[in-house]
Design a protein around this ligand. Structure first.
Ligand SMILES: [Zn+2]
Ligand SMILES: [Zn+2]
Length: 129
């Protein structure tokens, strides 16, 4: 494992409860460590390929990365205003009921919910007439 990879994994562990963009990671790199965004991007792509992190993107093209919880299946609330991504717990019974209704055998599912976070809803209200 290269030291760059180690630094990135440490950042992902430290911020395991939120998605980090390449820019976020770049800002969090400790002082005195020289890693440009291209290097971070390549390293993160590698981590994703190896299943250590997972990504989600918003309408506006923000991509966030987070440490993968193999033991903890979850979904995402994605704010299209500011790009914030929040992990939410899954309610598998809901999908199983739907699948059963269609006599469909589910193997896995992926759900991402798009909308506006609390802060962005307030901005939206202020700006509308
Ligand atoms: Zn927002
Ligand atoms: Zn689920």
């Amino acid at each position: 494992m290269t030291s760059h990879k180690k630094i990135l994994i440490d950042l992902f562990i430290e911020h395991h409860d939120r998605f980090l963009s390449i820019a976020d990671l770049s800002a969090l790199i400790p002082l005195g460590v020289q890693i440009d965004q291209t290097t971070i991007y390549r390293a993160v792509q590698n981590l994703e390929k190896n299943g250590l992190v997972e990504s989600a993107s918003t309408d506006k093209g923000h991509t966030g990365y987070v440490l993968r919880h193999s033991d903890h299946h979850h979904h995402h609330l994605i704010c299209t205003g500011c790009g914030q991504i929040v992990s939410i717990p899954c309610h598998p019974d809901l999908w199983q009921d739907v699948a059963n209704q269609y006599n469909f055998q589910e193997t896995h599912h992926k759900v991402e919910i798009y909308g506006l976070c609390e802060a962005c809803q307030k901005i939206d209200k202020h700006s509308s007439p």
